[in-house]
Design a protein around this ligand. Sequence first.
Ligand SMILES: Cc1ncc(COP(=O)(O)O)c(C=O)c1O
Length: 304
Amino acid sequence: MVQGVAFHDGRYMPAEEAKISILDPAFTRSDVVYDTATVWKGHFFRLDDHIARFFRSCEGMRLKPPHNAAEIKSILAECVDRAGLEDAYVQFVCTRGPFVDLANRDPRNCKNGFYAYAIPYIWIISKEKQDRGARIAIGSNRRIPDSAINQRIKNFNWMDLSRGVIEAFDRGYDHVVLLTPDGRVAEGPGFNVWIIKDGTLKTPKDNCLHGLTRRTVFDFARELNIPAVEVDLREEDLYNADEVFLSTEGGGLMPVGQVEDKIYGNGGPGMMTSQLRAEYWRRREAGWMGTKVTSLIAREPVVA
Ligand SMILES: Cc1ncc(COP(=O)(O)O)c(C=O)c1O
């Protein structure tokens, strides 16, 4: 049984008991947006940025969650606290909600739903694989481009990403990166992609979620005087890079040792990547840009 607590419709429950209606087009049509925040050592990271991105995603799909920002923050904190988690993966979701009239199925007048849950922290790529350098495949299928779905809206239309993961795992790789239909680097299932070339950090400018860890890397770069740019990257840029890493809330800055047949250095984490990764975890441990979970809870904390 997964340790975790979920919230829906004014009620907290064990995460495994939370259910969504089969009549909700969130289920039948992926008509749903979401956000994922994490908690490390009892602190949310960039929580206000996550909430702001969530509301932007909702607006992008003309969804109106039934809770405001302050209520959502306290719901998320309750989920984490009730689950008794110090390090947590926290997801919150706005669904379209069942159609009012099945004859015309108008998405505009559905009563939108809100769900949230906290479960133990998830490493998209395990720490052990990160330490030896992740091995990444390029998917044979393409990522849905912005022209079809604005990927800045955080969405669950993951069939392209899931297909890529299955293929990469079948081929013995740790994870996958997808290209756009016109051959530019897009992103992977739950992470952004970075290359380091001649001391400059480079990441795709579009056809990807603008991750908050990605934003954190830009923040570090500014502070540490490292050039960092958003550009179009092609597959060859990955093979010609000095270092490659991935960024996500679910694992931080994840070093890549290999993309397809190309091995970087000795296949382990690159030097600049290692420095940035250490900086990321040093700051997370210290609660940098953090909001203490218990500071958002009005009542006495639940003792697990
Ligand atoms: C498709 C996709 N790209 C990138 C990311 C990285 O975003 P963040 O750094 O905000 O976790 C995510 C995170 O879940 C994602 O789902």
